[in-house]
Design a binder for this molecule. Structure first.
Ligand code: T3D
Length: 266
Protein backbone atom coordinates (compact mmCIF):
# COMPACT_ATOMS: atom_id res chain seq x y z
CA UNK A 1 0.00 0.00 0.00
CA UNK A 2 0.95 3.64 -0.39
CA UNK A 3 3.52 5.08 2.01
CA UNK A 4 1.58 7.90 3.58
CA UNK A 5 4.18 8.07 6.34
CA UNK A 6 7.78 8.17 5.23
CA UNK A 7 10.01 6.60 7.87
CA UNK A 8 13.55 7.97 7.97
CA UNK A 9 15.86 6.44 10.60
CA UNK A 10 18.77 8.69 11.62
CA UNK A 11 20.73 6.69 14.18
CA UNK A 12 18.79 6.60 17.44
CA UNK A 13 16.27 9.13 16.06
CA UNK A 14 13.39 8.05 13.86
CA UNK A 15 11.87 10.74 11.67
CA UNK A 16 8.27 10.23 10.57
CA UNK A 17 7.21 12.41 7.66
CA UNK A 18 3.51 12.91 6.86
CA UNK A 19 3.58 12.22 3.15
CA UNK A 20 0.52 13.48 1.27
CA UNK A 21 2.04 16.79 0.17
CA UNK A 22 -0.42 17.20 -2.73
CA UNK A 23 -3.23 17.39 -0.11
CA UNK A 24 -1.27 19.43 2.48
CA UNK A 25 -0.86 16.13 4.40
CA UNK A 26 -4.57 16.10 5.22
CA UNK A 27 -5.54 13.11 7.35
CA UNK A 28 -7.32 10.08 5.93
CA UNK A 29 -7.98 6.81 7.75
CA UNK A 30 -5.01 5.07 6.05
CA UNK A 31 -2.65 7.94 6.88
CA UNK A 32 -3.78 8.01 10.52
CA UNK A 33 -3.39 4.26 10.92
CA UNK A 34 0.02 4.27 9.23
CA UNK A 35 1.13 7.03 11.61
CA UNK A 36 -0.08 5.07 14.62
CA UNK A 37 1.71 1.96 13.36
CA UNK A 38 4.90 3.94 12.75
CA UNK A 39 4.77 5.24 16.34
CA UNK A 40 4.10 1.72 17.59
CA UNK A 41 7.11 0.39 15.69
CA UNK A 42 9.33 3.21 17.04
CA UNK A 43 8.12 2.46 20.57
CA UNK A 44 8.96 -1.22 20.15
CA UNK A 45 12.39 -0.73 18.58
CA UNK A 46 14.90 -0.72 21.44
CA UNK A 47 17.51 1.16 19.36
CA UNK A 48 15.16 4.09 18.74
CA UNK A 49 15.32 6.68 21.52
CA UNK A 50 13.52 9.71 20.04
CA UNK A 51 10.97 10.43 17.31
CA UNK A 52 10.49 13.46 15.07
CA UNK A 53 7.20 14.10 13.28
CA UNK A 54 7.21 16.53 10.35
CA UNK A 55 5.39 17.13 7.08
CA UNK A 56 6.40 16.75 3.44
CA UNK A 57 5.96 19.79 1.23
CA UNK A 58 4.70 23.21 2.30
CA UNK A 59 2.36 22.18 5.13
CA UNK A 60 2.63 20.22 8.37
CA UNK A 61 -0.98 19.03 8.03
CA UNK A 62 -4.33 20.58 7.07
CA UNK A 63 -6.07 18.23 9.54
CA UNK A 64 -8.88 15.88 8.60
CA UNK A 65 -9.31 15.53 4.83
CA UNK A 66 -12.65 17.25 4.41
CA UNK A 67 -13.07 15.81 0.92
CA UNK A 68 -12.71 12.21 2.15
CA UNK A 69 -16.02 10.54 1.23
CA UNK A 70 -15.84 8.45 4.42
CA UNK A 71 -16.37 11.51 6.63
CA UNK A 72 -17.54 14.37 4.42
CA UNK A 73 -21.25 14.95 4.91
CA UNK A 74 -23.21 13.92 1.85
CA UNK A 75 -24.87 16.81 0.03
CA UNK A 76 -27.64 14.48 -1.03
CA UNK A 77 -30.54 15.31 1.32
CA UNK A 78 -31.77 11.72 1.00
CA UNK A 79 -28.48 10.19 2.20
CA UNK A 80 -28.13 8.91 5.76
CA UNK A 81 -25.97 11.29 7.86
CA UNK A 82 -22.49 9.96 8.68
CA UNK A 83 -21.29 9.55 12.24
CA UNK A 84 -17.85 11.18 12.28
CA UNK A 85 -17.51 9.97 15.86
CA UNK A 86 -16.41 6.65 14.38
CA UNK A 87 -13.41 8.36 12.84
CA UNK A 88 -12.41 9.68 16.27
CA UNK A 89 -13.04 6.38 18.03
CA UNK A 90 -11.15 4.24 15.54
CA UNK A 91 -8.38 6.54 14.31
CA UNK A 92 -7.83 9.81 16.22
CA UNK A 93 -8.17 8.49 19.76
CA UNK A 94 -5.84 5.49 19.30
CA UNK A 95 -3.32 7.79 17.61
CA UNK A 96 -3.52 10.48 20.31
CA UNK A 97 -3.17 7.86 23.06
CA UNK A 98 -0.22 6.18 21.36
CA UNK A 99 1.49 9.55 20.93
CA UNK A 100 0.93 10.68 24.50
CA UNK A 101 2.20 7.43 26.07
CA UNK A 102 5.30 6.96 23.92
CA UNK A 103 8.19 5.53 25.97
CA UNK A 104 10.54 7.89 24.11
CA UNK A 105 10.28 11.64 23.50
CA UNK A 106 8.51 12.91 20.39
CA UNK A 107 9.42 16.24 18.80
CA UNK A 108 7.17 17.96 16.26
CA UNK A 109 8.99 19.86 13.52
CA UNK A 110 6.20 22.09 12.23
CA UNK A 111 7.31 23.04 8.73
CA UNK A 112 4.19 24.90 7.58
CA UNK A 113 0.53 25.30 8.38
CA UNK A 114 -0.91 22.96 11.03
CA UNK A 115 -4.72 23.12 10.99
CA UNK A 116 -7.44 21.33 12.95
CA UNK A 117 -6.37 17.87 14.03
CA UNK A 118 -3.04 18.60 12.32
CA UNK A 119 -2.41 21.39 14.83
CA UNK A 120 -3.43 19.22 17.75
CA UNK A 121 -1.32 16.30 16.62
CA UNK A 122 1.67 18.64 16.74
CA UNK A 123 0.63 20.11 20.10
CA UNK A 124 0.35 16.59 21.55
CA UNK A 125 4.07 16.04 20.98
CA UNK A 126 6.53 16.56 23.84
CA UNK A 127 8.38 19.43 22.19
CA UNK A 128 7.02 21.57 19.39
CA UNK A 129 9.49 23.47 17.22
CA UNK A 130 8.18 25.48 14.27
CA UNK A 131 9.73 27.19 11.30
CA UNK A 132 8.98 30.91 11.23
CA UNK A 133 6.63 30.54 8.24
CA UNK A 134 4.59 27.87 10.07
CA UNK A 135 1.20 28.62 11.60
CA UNK A 136 -1.41 26.99 13.82
CA UNK A 137 -5.17 27.11 13.23
CA UNK A 138 -7.92 25.60 15.37
CA UNK A 139 -10.05 25.40 12.26
CA UNK A 140 -12.84 23.36 13.85
CA UNK A 141 -15.27 26.13 14.81
CA UNK A 142 -15.23 27.41 11.24
CA UNK A 143 -16.85 24.18 10.06
CA UNK A 144 -19.15 23.59 13.01
CA UNK A 145 -17.01 21.25 15.12
CA UNK A 146 -15.07 21.33 18.40
CA UNK A 147 -11.30 20.94 18.76
CA UNK A 148 -10.49 17.22 18.69
CA UNK A 149 -7.39 15.04 18.64
CA UNK A 150 -6.78 16.26 22.20
CA UNK A 151 -7.39 19.97 21.52
CA UNK A 152 -9.85 20.58 24.34
CA UNK A 153 -7.43 19.02 26.83
CA UNK A 154 -4.20 20.41 25.44
CA UNK A 155 -5.11 24.03 24.70
CA UNK A 156 -6.11 25.24 28.19
CA UNK A 157 -3.14 23.40 29.69
CA UNK A 158 -0.74 24.98 27.24
CA UNK A 159 -1.98 28.56 27.13
CA UNK A 160 -4.71 28.94 29.81
CA UNK A 161 -8.46 29.29 29.35
CA UNK A 162 -8.49 32.81 27.91
CA UNK A 163 -6.12 32.10 25.02
CA UNK A 164 -7.49 28.57 24.55
CA UNK A 165 -10.97 29.94 24.00
CA UNK A 166 -9.72 32.74 21.76
CA UNK A 167 -7.97 30.18 19.54
CA UNK A 168 -10.79 27.63 19.62
CA UNK A 169 -13.73 30.01 19.17
CA UNK A 170 -12.32 32.33 16.53
CA UNK A 171 -10.26 29.70 14.72
CA UNK A 172 -7.80 32.33 13.50
CA UNK A 173 -4.40 31.57 12.07
CA UNK A 174 -1.67 32.03 14.66
CA UNK A 175 1.82 32.62 13.34
CA UNK A 176 4.67 30.56 14.77
CA UNK A 177 6.28 33.54 16.54
CA UNK A 178 3.00 34.37 18.30
CA UNK A 179 2.50 30.68 19.16
CA UNK A 180 5.88 30.73 20.86
CA UNK A 181 5.14 34.03 22.62
CA UNK A 182 1.94 32.73 24.23
CA UNK A 183 3.55 29.43 25.22
CA UNK A 184 1.63 27.22 22.77
CA UNK A 185 4.88 25.86 21.36
CA UNK A 186 8.42 25.60 22.66
CA UNK A 187 10.43 27.35 19.98
CA UNK A 188 10.41 29.05 16.59
CA UNK A 189 13.46 28.99 14.33
CA UNK A 190 14.26 30.26 10.83
CA UNK A 191 12.77 27.90 8.23
CA UNK A 192 16.18 26.95 6.89
CA UNK A 193 17.26 25.85 10.37
CA UNK A 194 14.17 23.82 11.30
CA UNK A 195 15.27 20.35 10.21
CA UNK A 196 18.78 20.71 11.64
CA UNK A 197 17.62 22.20 14.94
CA UNK A 198 15.01 19.52 15.49
CA UNK A 199 17.39 16.71 14.59
CA UNK A 200 19.95 18.10 17.04
CA UNK A 201 17.32 18.33 19.79
CA UNK A 202 16.11 14.80 19.07
CA UNK A 203 19.68 13.47 19.08
CA UNK A 204 20.29 15.16 22.42
CA UNK A 205 17.11 13.64 23.85
CA UNK A 206 18.09 10.23 22.42
CA UNK A 207 21.33 10.36 24.42
CA UNK A 208 19.50 11.24 27.65
CA UNK A 209 18.05 8.90 30.30
CA UNK A 210 14.93 7.81 28.40
CA UNK A 211 13.05 6.42 31.35
CA UNK A 212 13.53 9.63 33.35
CA UNK A 213 12.22 11.61 30.36
CA UNK A 214 9.18 9.34 30.14
CA UNK A 215 8.45 9.71 33.86
CA UNK A 216 8.95 13.47 33.60
CA UNK A 217 6.13 13.71 31.06
CA UNK A 218 3.95 11.38 33.14
CA UNK A 219 4.65 13.31 36.36
CA UNK A 220 3.82 16.68 34.76
CA UNK A 221 0.58 15.35 33.31
CA UNK A 222 -0.35 13.76 36.66
CA UNK A 223 0.49 16.93 38.56
CA UNK A 224 -2.03 18.88 36.46
CA UNK A 225 -4.81 16.95 38.13
CA UNK A 226 -3.31 16.69 41.64
CA UNK A 227 -3.15 18.98 44.65
CA UNK A 228 0.27 20.10 45.83
CA UNK A 229 0.89 17.48 48.48
CA UNK A 230 -0.22 14.51 46.35
CA UNK A 231 1.99 15.87 43.56
CA UNK A 232 4.95 15.99 45.96
CA UNK A 233 4.23 12.39 46.95
CA UNK A 234 3.97 11.31 43.32
CA UNK A 235 7.40 12.91 42.72
CA UNK A 236 8.81 10.98 45.66
CA UNK A 237 7.33 7.72 44.39
CA UNK A 238 8.74 8.17 40.87
CA UNK A 239 12.08 9.43 42.19
CA UNK A 240 12.30 6.37 44.40
CA UNK A 241 11.82 4.10 41.37
CA UNK A 242 14.30 6.02 39.23
CA UNK A 243 16.79 5.96 42.09
CA UNK A 244 17.03 2.17 41.74
CA UNK A 245 17.54 2.36 37.97
CA UNK A 246 20.81 1.98 36.08
CA UNK A 247 20.69 5.45 34.53
CA UNK A 248 20.79 7.18 37.92
CA UNK A 249 23.84 5.18 38.91
CA UNK A 250 25.47 5.98 35.56
CA UNK A 251 24.43 9.66 35.63
CA UNK A 252 25.85 10.29 39.07
CA UNK A 253 29.00 8.24 38.42
CA UNK A 254 29.65 10.10 35.14
CA UNK A 255 29.16 13.46 36.88
CA UNK A 256 31.59 12.62 39.65
CA UNK A 257 34.10 11.13 37.17
CA UNK A 258 33.75 14.21 34.90
CA UNK A 259 32.91 12.08 31.84
CA UNK A 260 29.90 11.78 29.50
CA UNK A 261 27.25 9.38 30.75
CA UNK A 262 26.12 6.38 28.69
CA UNK A 263 22.48 5.87 29.49
CA UNK A 264 20.77 2.56 28.79
CA UNK A 265 17.34 2.44 30.44
CA UNK A 266 14.37 2.58 28.10
O1 T3D B 1 -14.47 14.70 10.16
C1 T3D B 1 -14.01 14.10 11.14
O2 T3D B 1 -13.61 12.93 11.07
C2 T3D B 1 -13.89 14.82 12.42
C3 T3D B 1 -12.46 15.17 12.61
C4 T3D B 1 -12.09 16.44 12.42
C5 T3D B 1 -10.68 16.81 12.59
C6 T3D B 1 -10.29 18.05 11.85
O3 T3D B 1 -9.12 18.20 11.61
S1 T3D B 1 -11.46 19.18 11.40
C7 T3D B 1 -10.51 20.48 10.65
C8 T3D B 1 -10.17 20.15 9.24
N1 T3D B 1 -9.27 21.11 8.67
C9 T3D B 1 -9.65 22.32 8.29
O4 T3D B 1 -10.77 22.75 8.45
C10 T3D B 1 -8.60 23.16 7.57
C11 T3D B 1 -9.05 23.44 6.14
N2 T3D B 1 -7.99 24.06 5.39
C12 T3D B 1 -7.64 25.35 5.52
O5 T3D B 1 -8.17 26.09 6.33
C13 T3D B 1 -6.60 25.85 4.59
O6 T3D B 1 -6.53 25.02 3.46
C14 T3D B 1 -5.18 25.87 5.24
C15 T3D B 1 -5.16 26.99 6.28
C16 T3D B 1 -4.82 24.53 5.90
C17 T3D B 1 -4.12 26.17 4.16
O7 T3D B 1 -4.45 27.33 3.49
P1 T3D B 1 -3.69 27.75 2.15
O8 T3D B 1 -4.26 29.04 1.69
O9 T3D B 1 -2.24 27.66 2.40
O10 T3D B 1 -4.01 26.58 1.10
P2 T3D B 1 -5.42 26.31 0.37
O11 T3D B 1 -5.40 26.93 -0.97
O12 T3D B 1 -6.55 26.63 1.27
O13 T3D B 1 -5.36 24.72 0.25
C18 T3D B 1 -4.66 24.08 -0.83
C19 T3D B 1 -5.48 22.92 -1.32
O14 T3D B 1 -5.65 21.95 -0.27
C20 T3D B 1 -6.90 23.35 -1.72
O15 T3D B 1 -7.31 22.53 -2.78
P3 T3D B 1 -7.20 23.03 -4.31
O16 T3D B 1 -7.96 24.32 -4.39
O17 T3D B 1 -5.74 23.21 -4.56
O18 T3D B 1 -7.82 21.91 -5.10
C21 T3D B 1 -7.69 23.03 -0.48
O19 T3D B 1 -9.04 22.81 -0.73
C22 T3D B 1 -7.05 21.73 -0.05
N3 T3D B 1 -7.23 21.48 1.38
C23 T3D B 1 -6.75 22.20 2.40
N4 T3D B 1 -7.12 21.68 3.56
C24 T3D B 1 -7.87 20.60 3.28
C25 T3D B 1 -7.94 20.46 1.89
N5 T3D B 1 -8.63 19.47 1.33
C26 T3D B 1 -9.26 18.60 2.14
N6 T3D B 1 -9.23 18.68 3.48
C27 T3D B 1 -8.55 19.64 4.08
N7 T3D B 1 -8.52 19.69 5.44
Amino acid sequence: SEHLIQIEPQGAVRLLRLNRPEALNAFTAPLLSQLRQALEAAAEDRETRAVVITGAGRAFSAGQDLADPHVAPSRDPGAAPKDIGHMLEHYYIPLALRLRSMPIPVVAAVNGVAAGAGANLALGCDLVVAGESASFIQAFSRIGLIPDCGGTWLLPRLVGRAKALELALLGDKLKAAEAERIGLIARVVPDAELAGTVLAIAQRLAAMPTRALYETRAALDDAMKLDYEPALKREAQLQSQLGFAYDYLEGTAAFLDKRSPEFKDR
